[in-house]
Design a protein around this ligand. Structure first.
Ligand SMILES: O=C(O)CCC(=O)C(=O)O
Length: 379
């Protein structure tokens, strides 16, 4: 039996799913009643109903606290002209009152779920065009939601925000009024459209761009889980990898990414580095190698019970002096780390140099095991 790859890289709607039966009664009034006097953060839309991030100022959405019991009344109050949204409220962590009725549809691999969130939106409001680095099963419970979806391969036409943790997943194009003089390539972008009704599930694969609007007051739940690395071949994935990768603690990638298909430890990361070069991101690959090298040096120092006083260079020298690393291994480590430090989003490094380091690391003693862990927070 093979993997059904198309299901994890293509959006899909499941109409009228019985998997949501326990949550059928989740109207705005019901959510209000369950949350009672507890306050929750509510986002306030711009006057046209759009929830916009100010990417230039790197601000998030504007929020105000609201008592649960006021939610339905305030969200239904269209006469005030205010459009509200309760966004991405983690049900297991922040809305414990609803936890017992929560169902997880059977299509989701539960061991890689990172969060389950409640979304509530006023009529005529919209969430800007963005992508998430998680697979998403979006369950519509009350009202309708309309999605405009773009394949990750179209990223370049959608002008992603600067490489920054807060804005990299937001398009700088305003879908309600695209400025084609500033964003001429947007004219070539092709979208898919989906309207979900109560009881429907929409699968949005990781890195698919989506803009979401609420023609009616709406209640939804979404399930996020880490995408299998084999399904992540788009430019946004490599941008994300660059952001998530900490050279001093490269093992963290096994928590934030589903790398299980590549095996574990240094061998998995070197395979990932090779694939990364194949996608034109030699700099990210160099940083992966740097992470492998630092982790190997730290492991060996721990095994030997030594704590070199200086930085990582001292650790390399000490390992060589004690014979734990051969001169060749130490040389590969120094060259690899220098390349990693030189690499950045705007500072590319030559792919053949990185390929050579990967080859040298593969045949060196600088390898380590690390079980592919699951769990952890959404990056
Ligand atoms: O429902 C919305 O307004 C946004 C939902 C969304 O962006 C998501 O589920 O990833």
């Amino acid at each position: 039996m093979g993997r059904a790859a198309v299901l994890t890289t293509t959006p899909l709607i499941i109409r009228g799913s019985g998997a949501l039966d326990t949550m059928r009664g989740w109207t705005p009034e019901y959510v209000s009643e369950r949350l009672g006097e507890r306050e929750v953060p509510v986002a306030i839309a711009d006057p046209d109903g759009a929830f916009r991030y100010n990417t230039a100022a790197r601000e998030g959405l504007r929020h105000e606290p609201m008592r649960g019991s006021r939610l339905a009344t305030e969200f239904r109050d269209t006469a005030s002209g205010r459009r509200l949204s309760m966004q991405q409220m983690s049900i297991p962590n922040a809305l414990v009152e609803l936890r017992d009725e929560l169902a997880v549809p059977p299509y989701i691999p539960t061991d890689v779920i990172t969060d389950i969130n409640l979304w509530m939106a006023s009529e005529s409001s919209s969430t800007p065009l963005h992508y998430d680095n998680m697979n998403n099963l979006f369950a519509q419970l009350d009202g309708r939601k309309k999605f405009v979806l773009f394949n990750p391969s179209q990223s370049d036409l959608l002008y992603p925000g600067p490489l920054d943790i807060r804005t990299r997943h937001l398009s700088t194009v305003d879908l309600s009024d695209p400025d084609l003089e500033r964003f001429p390539k947007f004219a070539q972008a092709e979208y898919w459209e989906a309207v979900v009704l109560p009881g429907d599930l929409l699968f949005i694969p990781a890195f698919w761009w989506h803009q979401v609007s609420a023609p009616d007051i709406s209640v939804s739940v979404n399930y996020w889980w880490r995408a299998d690395v084999r399904d992540c071949t788009c430019p946004s994935y490599f941008r994300q990898l660059y952001l998530d990768l900490v050279i001093e603690d490269v093992r963290g990638l096994f928590v934030t990414h589903d790398l299980r298909a590549l095996g574990n430890g240094s061998a998995a990361l070197l395979t990932l580095a090779e694939q990364t070069i194949g996608h034109g991101e030699a700099g990210v690959a160099a940083r992966l190698c740097g992470g492998v090298i630092v982790a190997a040096a730290k492991d060996t120092c721990t095994e030997l019970g030594i704590a070199p006083a200086g930085g990582i260079d001292d650790a390399f020298a000490e390992l060589e002096k004690r014979g734990a690393w051969s001169a060749e291994d130490a040389d590969a480590a120094r060259r690899g780390l220098a390349l990693a430090v030189a690499a950045g989003p705007d500072r590319s490094v030559p792919a053949p140099d990185v390929q050579k380091i990967i080859g040298r690391l593969r045949s060196s003693t600088l390898n380590w095991e690390h079980p592919a862990r699951v769990g952890g927070d959404r990056p």
